[in-house]
Write a new protein. Structure first.
Length: 402
């Protein structure tokens, strides 16, 4: 127990021992003063006991209360002033609300702007006339970016066709911008869950390090905010760390979690996850899959097996095969898309790590070469930094000079 003591408490405590020593001295006939010797020895002992009990913190006897931290005066609640009828409340200051999604997107694409748009702009700024030398330099620059050779030549042909109407750097960049927006608009398609399918099964594929785990967590977070119930199944059973990381994220976002021991059959985990989603009446099942190198045929066969198991248990599943790609890989992401799409029939793409890469222009190449919807783009580590893909907003941010 914790009591408050003052100076006189300690004085009383010392006096109690003084009277105790007087008691001992009197019983041993050691008191030389007649006046002190005349007092009965039991009286010395009684006084010593009373003073000692007074000073010691004996519960129920000590008269002082236990010490308590000083009471804090609560801060006054902000007064609520009723607004006059018809008057809108004052908007909060922007500094308190944080950056908008558009501002986050612009900041996230700033490196890609420098690595892609600035390189193209520099070509036109070196010459005021669109002659053959400039076209050759433009061709070389486009091929050297991360949009892929096929897409580079598609953009180059657009500039050649419009050469007569291009009178300077601004009109040239505007022509390229229009063509990029047209390419990306064809692949703009948000992930929408049909009302007549429950559970909606999302199978997530991608190589190790592409950001699959955090992408799954961010999608689950988004769905939970929409009022959906979510269960996550850890089908990447080849890495114990993958199971632990995904379980951590599932707990963090409030999703149910289904796992198996390391080395278990991934398709059996997917089956257990689907069975759990059906029995618990969940809205969405998200299945993680192994992410070894996409050139490994056994991995692709394993993913195909998981597809077959899901379809047999719940015809039509998986309803979405989402491929997670790392933007920092540049043109390698195009090859990954080709391999996974040939094996699985990818139905959606999430391009991650755009904020840490100058190679985000690869999204243009992917959109041009594959008829696969782009569902999400990742521009940061926060839960809300996985944004649905909107072509116009993306192009505005991409061409924004940050």
């Amino acid at each position: 127990m914790n009591y408050r003591f003052s100076t006189h408490d300690y004085v009383i405590f010392i006096l109690s021992y003084a009277f105790f020593f007087l008691y001992l001295a009197d019983t041993q006939s050691m008191l030389s003063f007649p006046l002190l010797h005349a007092i009965p020895s039991w009286l010395y002992l009684a006084v010593a006991v009373v003073l000692n009990v007074w000073a010691l913190p004996v519960p129920g006897i000590h008269p002082r209360l236990p010490s308590r931290p000083p009471e804090r005066t609560p801060l006054p609640s902000p007064s609520v002033t009723e607004e006059p009828a018809g008057k809108a409340p004052e908007p909060e200051e922007k500094a308190l609300s944080g950056p908008t999604p558009e501002e986050k997107l612009g900041k996230g694409l700033s490196k890609t702007h420098k690595g892609f748009i600035d390189r193209i702009s520099a070509v036109f700024k070196r010459s005021s006339t669109l002659d053959q030398n400039l076209l050759s330099e433009l061709e070389e620059t486009l091929v050297g970016t991360d949009i892929g050779v096929r897409t580079a030549y598609a953009l180059f042909e657009t500039i050649q066709k419009k050469a007569a109407s291009i009178d300077g750097p601004e009109s040239a960049i505007s022509a390229i911008r229009t063509e990029i927006e047209a390419i990306l608009e064809k692949r703009e398609s948000e992930l929408v869950l049909p009302l007549d399918i429950k559970p909606y099964v999302i199978m997530v594929a991608g190589v190790n390090g592409s950001g699959k785990t955090t992408t799954i967590a961010k999608i689950a977070h988004r769905l939970k905010n929409e009022g959906k119930s979510v269960v996550i199944a850890s089908g990447d059973t080849f890495r114990a760390a993958a199971i632990e990381q995904l379980e951590h994220w599932a707990n963090r976002v409030g999703a149910d979690f289904v796992k198996a021991h390391e080395g278990a059959d991934p398709s059996s985990v997917a089956f257990d996850g689907l069975q759990a989603a059906i029995s618990r009446n969940h809205d969405v099942l998200i299945i993680d899959t192994a992410g070894r190198l996409h050139t490994r045929e056994n991995l692709m066969e394993e993913l195909k097996k998981t597809q077959r198991v899901l379809d047999k248990k719940f015809p039509g599943a998986p309803h979405e095969i989402l491929l997670v790609l790392d933007a920092t890989l540049g043109q390698n992401a195009i090859e990954q898309t080709r391999q996974f799409n040939n094996a699985l029939g990818v139905t959606g793409i999430a391009l991650t790590k755009l904020d840490g890469s100058s190679k985000g222009g690869v999204i243009v190449g992917i959109a041009n070469e594959f008829e696969i919807p782009i569902r999400f783009i990742g521009i940061g580590e926060d839960m809300d930094d996985l944004q649905p893909f909107h072509a116009r907003s993306f192009v505005n941010a991409l061409f924004l000079d940050n």
